[in-house]
Design a protein around this ligand. Structure first.
Ligand code: PLP
Length: 395
């Protein structure tokens, strides 16, 4: 066998999102793309804001000298400075550019952080449901995942967390607004989480990193102000990107931000910059760094996403689906009317609607709907949801 047996095995297991994508492609070939309503992929249909194209054109018309050359592995000082300023405005915490590393998206950022902090066999705690790639990323760097439950509103259970933390715990990954639930963690929860981590750090004499994965931070509804974990734990490391808030997932631009008061901060920063290099990212894309440094105040239309949420949420609840109202991101995670979520998603396919089983996110008994699609796709999916609701006796 030419490729690693572990990779071969992992690939064979595949992800549910990928499987649904492949089945969806077949359905679209059979019935025509316009007759299949695909709510399975988190690939935003929105175009980047006009300001993005304006800055892109400015740079193309007036290129900066040396703008395509190698740079410091951490990224351009002016970009890191712009991000530090934005974070300081948002949180009140005293960031400067020395706390920021530019990365190839949030995915690149997560891999750089995990590579930097993990010794073989150290544990990273996740809360189900979770973004499924976390498992691959922790495994990439020799760590072991420990998966803990959330409550009926998808908030992590802190008593279970306290019991699960031990001497080998290195980090906890949280994700708010959450993929796949759309839930936003409140200030009160983050405060209690910070207190629990500090208690456990003292008990075991360890540092526990709170890795906060925040690519949806600016896609937040109902006038909620994003509660930042930076205010509740000095060991907070934020990983994020402009894949969603500027609709640039193909451009691979994101960053890591480390709390200025993080223990051994200088060591950690040096490690992150080194790992950005040796993982082969070298640095985040130069052109995008130039652009996003000028767009820190700009976001795609959140109102448009909120309208999509409302349209889908109101219709699904009327049909009898049980779901927690999302407060951010562009996902919903209703209860599956059938205990077997995979079977239910296959039923939805019969009605030409594509969703992803909760099993793909470590939470069987639910299914994920992604509404970063045009309104016609959302409206087109409603009869299918209605038929499935009738068939399984909802409402
Ligand atoms: C929760 C979460 N984290 C990380 C990522 C990766 O984002 P990026 O495109 O910035 O690498 C995604 C992408 O969908 C996500 O949903």
């Amino acid at each position: 066998m030419s490729i690693s047996s572990k990779i071969k095995e992992n690939m064979a297991q595949g992800s549910w999102i990928r499987r649904m994508f492949e089945e969806g492609t077949k359905l679209k070939q059979r019935y025509g793309a316009e007759n299949v309503f695909d709510l399975s992929l988190g690939n935003p249909v929105m175009e980047p804001p006009a300001e993005f194209h304006r800055e892109l054109k400015k740079l193309a018309d007036h290129p900066l000298p040396g703008m395509h050359r190698y740079m410091e592995n951490a990224g351009y000082p002016q970009t890191r400075d712009a991000i530090a300023k934005q974070l300081k405005d948002e949180t009140g915490v005293g960031f400067d550019m020395s706390n920021i590393v530019m990365t190839c998206g949030a995915a690149g950022a997560l891999n750089v952080v995990l590579k930097t902090i993990l010794n073989p066999g150290e544990e990273v705690i996740l809360f189900a449901p979770f973004f499924v790639e976390y498992i691959n990323y922790v495994d990439n760097h020799g760590g072991v995942v420990k998966i803990l439950p959330t409550d009926e509103r998808f908030i992590p259970k802190l008593d279970t967390l306290e019991k699960a933390i031990g001497a080998r715990t290195k980090a906890i990954i949280i994700n708010s607004p959450n993929n796949p639930t759309g839930v936003v963690y409140g200030e009160d929860f983050l405060q209690r989480l910070g207190e629990a981590l500090e208690k456990k750090e003292a008990q075991y004499g360890i540092q526990i990193y709170l890795i906060s994965d925040e690519p949806y931070r600016k896609i937040i509804y109902d006038g909620i102000k994003y509660p930042s974990p930076f205010l509740h734990h000095a060991g907070t490391v934020v990983v994020t990107s402009h894949s969603k808030d500027l609709a640039l997932p193909g451009e691979r631009i994101g960053y890591i931000a480390v709390h200025p008061q993080c223990k051994d901060r200088d060591d950690l920063m040096a490690g992150l910059i080194y790992c950005n290099r040796i993982l082969g990212f070298v640095n985040a894309p130069a052109l995008m760094q130039h652009i996003v440094s000028r767009l820190q105040q700009v976001t795609v239309s959140v109102a448009e996403y909120q309208q999509k949420r409302d349209l889908l949420y109101e219709n699904l609840t009327q049909m009898g689906y049980s779901l927690v109202k999302p407060q951010g991101a562009f996902y919903m995670f209703p209860k599956s009317p059938l205990e077997d979520d995979v079977a239910f998603v296959r039923e939805l396919q019969q009605f030409k609607v594509l969703a992803v089983p909760g099993s793909g996110f470590g939470a069987p008994g639910y299914f994920r709907i992604c509404y970063c699609v045009d309104d016609a796709t959302i409206r087109g999916s409603l009869p299918g949801f209605q038929n499935a609701a009738r068939k399984f006796g909802l409402g």
